[in-house]
Write a protein that binds this ligand. Structure first.
Ligand code: PGA
Length: 250
């Protein structure tokens, strides 16, 4: 069984380089504990070098899908590679909210694959829905975000199920493990319909949306291979608490 995958999405935090350094310093005290996982940190671009030189593996929060050139305000895939970026979070709901479509995501997925960076493709419905209508939404979002990806390449991607209604809330507002299981099973079925069963089995599905020390053990029973953690990854105590909850049954 492969190691649990943990991806810290720092979003647009911490506010300053000293704060980012302090956070990494605190986390590195628990290096041995984190080594039970495959840990990626996705910082804002100015902190990439810092994370690249830390005990964690470097991830990016996005990527720009064309090669170098006159594209003000972007970071090219070559630059990401040169810092040793291993994973790129793509299609995060906060980027989709800025206008990114699944078609844009699909282009980025192929760019990442070509560059040898693992795409972590985020999907998730906007509102909580007890009637199961979100399943169709998810099917379409997965299908569109992976357009043009080959059977062989799909094995190299990871998917994150991030119900948008659960992002940035607290442990109590999160999805229950039963519903999560149902959803991850469904997502695997969609992958299997699109790419065949054996390829679908190889795709790691992560969960994201208010993962905290309090709920992570329950969420781990939902058929996922890891967690994409936002706000709780910005506080050393809560991020370490997540790993302790998983491995030390706290
Ligand atoms: P959250 O963010 O853990 O703060 O809900 C997760 C994410 O947006 O990836």
């Amino acid at each position: 069984m492969s190691k649990l995958i943990l991806v810290a999405n720092w979003k647009n935090y911490p506010n300053s380089l000293p704060e980012a350094k302090a956070l990494l310093k605190e986390l590195s005290k628990k290096k041995a504990l984190f080594s039970k996982t495959t840990l990626f940190i996705a910082p804002p671009a100015p902190y990439m070098e810092l994370v690249a030189n830390s005990f964690a593996k470097l991830a990016s929060q996005d990527l720009f899908p064309t090669e170098k050139g006159a594209h003000t305000g972007t970071v090219s895939v070559e630059m990401l590679k040169s810092f040793g970026t291993k994973v790129a979070i793509l299609g995060h709901s906060e980027r989709r909210a800025l206008g990114e479509s699944s078609r844009d995501v699909a282009v980025k997925v192929k760019t990442a694959l070509k560059a040898g960076i693992t795409p972590l493709v985020c999907v998730g419905e906007l509102v909580k829905d007890a009637e199961g209508e979100h399943f169709e939404f998810l099917r379409e979002e997965i299908k569109a975000s992976l357009t043009g990806v080959s059977k062989k390449d799909v094995e190299k991607i990871m998917l994150a199920y991030e119900p948008v209604w659960a992002i940035g809330k607290s442990a109590k507002d999160v999805i229950n493990p039963g519903e999560l299981s149902q959803t991850t099973l469904f997502m695997r079925k969609v992958l299997s319909d699109l790419f065949g069963r054996s390829a679908a089995e190889k795709v790691s599905i992560l969960y994201g949306g208010s993962v905290e020390p309090k709920n992570v053990s329950d969420l781990m029973t939902g058929g996922v291979r890891g967690m994409l953690v936002g706000h709780a990854s910005l506080n050393a105590k809560s991020f370490v608490g997540i790993v302790e909850a998983i491995f030390e049954n706290k």
